[in-house]
Design a protein around this ligand. Structure first.
Ligand code: OAD
Length: 241
């Protein structure tokens, strides 16, 4: 659907909806200056994901993996939420039943003030003990390598869901319930190829929701949604409220 035709329809749906779910990906943080994973400027361009974001990579070379996360932490530490993050906080305030599902680990949604959210891929500002499993908030930049657990002195790892690992079952249940029971689903800035989030557009449509995509480019979700709005998240999302 053409963008100008789509926006009034989306605004009307959002204004009348009592249950709204939002799925975000790296594209929403691109407008804050955080690199995305795929595409020309993508974060993976000079790295192979398998070398860095897997349990096998960490077992093989924890220092390399931690150096990469330290680099990302340093970069993200200089970034702040943008108008799209703030608009979603406002939407959470307005809507009776709201849930935000983000694949982003940068913490910019909670920094903006979002509270009803699942960070399904974890958070780069949290670390987890490889031995006792305790999760700690940690904003040190850079982290001294290799970081050890304050409780049991074993090796810490990023509290991130890596390739080949499962999502937290509570996060997954909550997300699937929010997607399956909403009236409007907004899908913002995700390439729509990493599961399970990649299945959320079809799931919501099957359950009768009005599904909207906001992305710079078409994605595999675009043919599935009711309205695909092309553009930058920081420009398009605030305009929908
Ligand atoms: P990707 O890098 O795969 O996709 C980013 C999407 O954002 C692309 O579809 C872009 O077209 C779009 N985009 C870029 N800039 C935008 C902007 N300013 N406004 C709107 N859209 C924009 O990122 P994700 O879909 O989030 O997983 O990737 C999913 C997961 O794959 C990530 O969570 C990460 C990665 O491997 C883990 O780290 C576990």
């Amino acid at each position: 659907m053409e963008r100008s035709a789509g926006i009034p329809a989306v605004k009307a749906r959002l204004a009348g909806a009592r249950a709204v779910t939002v799925l975000t990906g790296a594209g929403i943080s691109a407008d804050s200056g955080v690199p995305t994973f795929r595409g020309a400027e993508g974060l993976w361009r000079n790295h192979r994901a398998e070398d860095l974001a897997t349990p096998e990579a960490f077992a093989r070379d924890p220092r390399l993996v931690w150096e990469w996360y330290n680099w990302r932490r340093e970069l993200i530490a200089t970034k702040i939420p943008n108008a799209a993050h703030h608009a979603l906080v406002e939407l959470e305030r307005r809507v009776e039943r709201f849930w935000l599902i983000t694949q982003n680990v940068d913490g910019l949604h909670p920094d903006a003030g979002s509270r009803k959210l699942s960070e399904i891929h974890g958070n780069i500002w949290k670390v987890r003990c490889t031995q006792c499993g305790q999760v700690h908030a940690n904003r040190e930049v850079p982290l001294p390598l290799l970081p050890r657990c304050p409780a049991c002195d074993e090796l810490l790892r990023p509290h991130i869901v890596w390739f080949g690992e499962s999502l937290d079952p509570d996060d997954l249940d909550r997300s699937v319930a929010a997607v399956g029971s909403c009236e409007v689903l907004l899908i913002i800035g995700t390439s729509g190829i990493v599961y399970p989030a990649a299945s959320f557009a079809s799931l919501a449509r099957q359950a009768g929701a009005f599904v909207v995509e906001i992305n710079l480019d078409p994605t595999p979700n675009s043919p599935v949604v009711d309205v695909a709005l092309g553009g930058r998240a920081a420009e398009v999302v605030p305009g929908l409220l």
